[in-house]
Design a binder for this molecule. Sequence first.
Ligand code: ZN
Length: 198
Amino acid sequence: MRLTDIDASVFFPGSQITTAFGWDPDPRFGPRVHHAVDRAGAGMVRLPFAAKRLDWKNADTVGNSVLRAFADPGIELRMLHFRPNERTPDLLNALRNGRGLPAGAPLAPAGDVGIGSGRHVHYQLMLDPECDWTELDKLVPGWTQDDKTDWLSRYGLAFALERSRRGIRWINTRALRRADPWTGMDRIIIDSATILGL
Ligand SMILES: [Zn+2]
């Protein structure tokens, strides 16, 4: 799959971004690096690409429900906060049978399981740094540029703490690279809203 095959229009129609990717000064949860995008709205969240496999956990270490959708090469869309009892029959069947789902498949309405203020979907488009991302070189030239020194001078100690706590290797306004706390794997997380409209 190419990143540009992701169909942002089916993902969560009518929703609004409530927290963007990047520095989040909101004192309720931070200040912090929000390595994801949050969207809130009525209606159904749907898969924006054909997933070869899905994985569900009721709670991560801080109590967020976690749905992971995988596609080749090395692409994962991770979605947080769905309520277990609001998952669609399509999603439950796919999880039960270890199958994927086609693009556009309904997943669940945005939920409120875990950390957050009200219903929203927190989602991260995660990439395996070992794969070939020349597509992104064309879409976002210089997307792997390391701006962490600038972030440090702008946000000071708060950023230094975030960087060490989250294991951020490099960061700029469009992407960051860090150890995934869920798997321990080295991963790149991109600002899918700005880059792909997702
Ligand atoms: Zn979030």
